[in-house]
Design a protein around this ligand. Structure first.
Ligand code: NDP
Length: 244
């Protein structure tokens, strides 16, 4: 129970990687708030799983792409938690197309959730974030490495890592540590391991398989926990060697 007494907010915690992060932080003792875009059933299922395991959790609907909604969601979560120790920006969207088929709308949607949502959410959280707290951003190995038809998504994730490095310096005087976890291919609704795309991807992964959501959650728990007191402004790839 290394996070006992800690208060955590996980954006996009209803499904996939975010749900696994919320469940792991709760299993480690944190009280957890999750946000979600619209899938109330999935959000309720994550909260129920945490409660069934003896943890404490609740869900708040907040659209990360909408600054008003994002700010209100963070405010609501912070008030209910009574402050924030751990902020995990996980909510993200991916829309794959080559530059010839990209549009203003696909650009704005991806930057809206993946970058602006983090920026708005962090600024809203800062007055509630306790000194010594942690901010963990979910980027992607796509932020460092190009894959076919993902340039805009990759650009959002490069921006995520850049924000984390800048925030690490800005927030060091408060001992708030900021790091980015960069997953490789992880089996979720966004990137199912049984798709045709996945079969091509697996050939490029030295460990020869997709990752599991729990393998990302474990790294987030490490960055959130007592063994990570001298790590800030860094990125950690969890990708089966895909970016090596
Ligand atoms: P999923 O599509 O499986 O889940 C996305 C989650 O984000 C859901 O909880 C969803 O809520 C929430 N979400 C989406 N849009 C918004 C929004 N506008 N406002 C609030 N919440 C939102 O994605 P993954 O679990 O696969 O991805 C999670 C993160 O990991 C993302 O940042 C993604 O870019 C990153 N990542 C994923 C990889 C992978 O291979 N899966 C690889 C590298 C990075 P709701 O249920 O309500 O729709």
């Amino acid at each position: 129970m290394s996070l006992k007494g800690r208060k955590a907010l996980v954006t996009g915690g209803s499904r996939g990687i975010g749900s696994a992060i919320a469940r792991r932080l709760a299993a480690d003792g944190a009280t957890v708030a999750i946000t979600y875009a619209g899938n109330t059933a999935a959000a309720d299922a994550t909260v129920a799983a945490i409660r069934d395991a003896g943890g404490t959790a609740f869900a708040v609907q907040a659209d990360a792409a909408d600054p008003v909604s994002q700010r209100a969601g963070v405010e609501q979560a912070a008030a209910a938690l009574g402050g924030i120790d751990i902020l995990v920006h996980n909510a993200g969207v991916a829309e794959f197309s080559t530059v010839a088929d990209d549009s203003d709308e696909t650009y704005d949607r991806q930057f809206g959730v993946n970058v602006k949502g983090l920026h708005v959410g962090t600024r809203a959280a800062l007055p509630h974030l306790n000194d010594g707290g942690r901010i963990i951003l979910i980027g992607s190995i796509s932020g460092d490495k190009a894959f076919p038809a993902t340039s805009v998504y990759s650009a959002t994730k490069a921006a995520v890592a850049a924000l984390a490095r800048g925030w690490a310096k800005d927030l060091a005087p408060r001992n708030i540590l900021v790091n980015t976890v960069q997953p490789g291919p992880i089996d979720t609704d966004m990137n199912p391991a049984d798709s045709e795309f996945a079969q091509q991807m697996i050939e490029a992964i030295p460990l020869g398989r997709y990752g599991r959501v729990e393998e990302i959650a474990g790294a987030v728990a490490f960055f959130a926990g007592p063994d990570a007191t001298y790590i800030t402004g860094t990125t950690l790839n969890i990708d089966g060697g895909a970016a090596a």
